[in-house]
Design a protein around this ligand. Structure first.
Ligand code: ISL
Ligand code: CA
Length: 575
């Protein structure tokens, strides 16, 4: 009898541990109030002098991040890769690329993060692998190879691709394979063949790999181009006259017929069994469809991030058009209206695929003021904020001189396209100097010594921005008035203020073209944020008269009535 009751007790205990964990991912999940910091490991910190950042470099700088006040770290891919797309072409999902270190380095990094109560989000590239992955090496050998169906093949005649599908990095998405006498699909480079998610065996391989990392203690996944995993198997031609990439691809390769089925299966088989944060890279996801991914009852993903505000000053990512703050406000309000009270939103101003946010939405004429205003927006908008490495010290775009200075496969592809359209090499470089992904990838500027303290080797893989003598982490930490110290202050404020984390948001001056003025309220506390998003001085007339307010944060020395200086940002508490 005693034995049986002991058994029952143990079973109950086990049950409560298991269910307790699962419950966390529902209502009070830790990630809903977190702040994510993104590391592009190639460019963060080089520990061994080969000029390329690595995992030991990340471990060395964890105290820096802890000190800044971020808890959740997303690291771009560090898996084994031939680096055609700098790691977004994975040749072994369960191994660390030697450039970044070893599995022992990974384990140590994770241990050190946990010691500091930090959470690790890793980057899963589920839509495609490298052509050097063992599966593809097998798959391409013959049509009856057991791995053949892990990828997407189509018959055709050499020289005439099976349909007009375009790729992000090359004109056609199809590449001829001699041994099988057929084409394989690659929506990115030809070294990134798309995986066939319609094959249940492939899906099980992916789930197994996800469990491998979760069992190691990873607590989150960022999922690369996740809306791409299901394709229309009738392979209809794309309507290229639609102009916008996301529209051209929609329904055919983006948000294809079985995508939600696969996300639900993934949730059932893997995600629901762990306390794990997920963020899908929502390429092509709009307010019309976002809830299909993130509404809790759908049991798919925790969050996605969208690209709507990345489009307001670009055509298809690459051709610049003028930025107007009102368009940013409109995108942010639209997303907030749809997600508020339904599911957590996310927000970023930059990542490894984008030019620097200071150069883009701020002004290099007012680096401190504008970077602090952008930080105020980032941390007080109603969403989980994603900080991109270097933004906290005000890193800016690098001025590339010739195409040889670029590294990114997409910059090189775009350059060729520009030349074919008749642009001069100078004009092509000028365009890339606005939009290139390499702006985000120049080495992190740690101090004012050689290679900005990023590496003690002979050369770095991408040039260091020459402004490192003044723009660097060491001097930023020493200067009480720096962007870095402003980040610390506002992160500390956010951390102790639920209203700023999850409180409802209301824009109280929506049509104002230059000033963003909004409230954040959680029932107990109310905050009012006022942002001059321009470099003009503005005589502002608040649209509401609050009788009692207390200024809690400002990016200038003292507030002068309602004269808003360039990029002035204020947070008031309303009593
Ligand atoms: O980077 C872009 C524009 O600047 C996009 O076209 C980008 O390719 C798209 O958002 C998908 O991005 C993700 O998948 C790519 C990889 O190159 C990116 O770095 C990654 O963020 C392929 O894996
Ligand atoms: Ca290195």
């Amino acid at each position: 009898m005693k034995k049986i009751s002991l058994l029952i007790f143990c079973a109950l205990l086990l049950g409560s541990v298991v269910f307790g964990q699962k419950n966390q991912s529902a209502k009070n999940a830790w990630w809903k109030s977190t702040v994510v910091y993104q590391i592009y490991p190639r460019s963060f910190k080089d520990s061994n002098g080969d000029g390329i950042g690595d995992l030991q470099g990340v471990t060395q700088r964890l105290d820096y991040l802890k000190n800044l006040g971020v808890e959740t770290i997303w690291i771009s891919p560090f898996f084994k890769s031939p680096m055609d797309d700098n790691g977004y072409d994975v040749s072994d999902y369960e191994a660390i690329d030697p450039l970044f270190g070893t599995m022992a380095d990974f384990d140590e990094m994770l241990r050190e993060m946990k010691k500091r109560r930090m959470k690790l989000v890793i980057d899963l590239v589920l839509n495609h692998s490298s052509d050097e992955h063992r599966w593809f090496q097998e798959a391409r050998k013959s049509r009856d190879n057991p791995y053949h169906d892990y990828y997407i093949w189509k018959d055709g005649v050499k020289g005439t691709p099976p349909n007009n599908w375009i790729s992000f990095f090359t004109p056609s998405a199809w590449e001829w394979n001699e041994a099988t006498g057929s084409y394989y699909l690659h929506l990115f480079s030809k070294k990134q063949p798309d995986l066939n998610w319609d094959n249940p065996k492939l899906r099980q391989e992916m789930y197994k790999m996800m469990r491998f990392w979760l069992d190691k203690g990873v607590e989150g996944f960022r999922m690369d181009v996740i809306p791409f995993i299901s394709k229309d198997r009738n392979f209809p031609d794309m309507d290229l006259s639609k102009g916008e990439l996301s529209k051209i691809l929609k329904g055919i390769v983006v948000e294809g017929p079985r995508m939600h089925e696969y996300l639900q299966e993934m949730n059932r088989e893997v995600l629901s069994k762990y306390d794990v944060y997920t963020v899908g890279e929502g390429f092509g996801v709009g307010v019309e469809t976002v809830l299909d991914y993130v509404a809790p009852e759908r049991k798919e993903l925790g969050t996605v991030y969208h690209f709507d505000h990345m489009d307001i000053d670009r055509e298809n990512f690459i051709a610049p058009k003028p930025y107007q703050p009102i368009n940013l406000k409109r995108v942010l309000n639209r997303w907030n209206a749809v997600l508020q009270n339904k599911a957590p939103n996310t927000f970023y101003l930059g990542n490894h695929d984008q030019a620097r946010s200071l150069s883009r939405f701020g002004s290099e004429k007012y680096p401190k003021e504008s970077a602090k205003m952008l930080a105020t927006l980032l941390f007080t908008y109603n969403a989980i904020p994603f900080v991109y490495q270097g933004d906290e010290i005000g890193m800016t775009n690098y001025k590339f001189k010739t195409i040889d200075e670029f590294n990114d496969i997409s910059a090189k592809g775009a350059y060729q396209t520009f030349l074919q359209r008749g642009l001069s090499p100078e004009k092509a470089v000028e365009m890339l100097n606005v939009t290139s992904r390499d702006h985000a990838r120049t080495p992190f500027q740690w101090d004012d010594t050689k290679h900005a303290g990023f590496s003690n080797g002979a050369a770095t893989w991408l040039k260091v921005n020459p402004n490192f003598a003044t723009v660097n982490a060491k001097s930023a930490q020493a200067d009480a008035d720096s962007i870095w110290n402003f980040y610390r202050q506002i992160l500390a404020l956010r951390k102790k203020t639920p209203a700023l984390q999850i409180g409802a948001m209301e824009d109280i001056d929506a049509e104002n073209p230059s000033v963003y003025s909004y409230l954040r309220t959680d029932g107990k506390n109310q905050f009012w944020v006022v942002l001059n998003m321009t470099e003009q001085t503005i005589d502002y007339k608040p649209t509401r008269d609050f009788s009692k307010t207390k200024l809690v944060l400002l990016n200038y020395k003292a507030a002068k009535n309602w004269t808003l200086r360039p990029f002035e940002a204020r947070i008031y508490q309303i009593r």
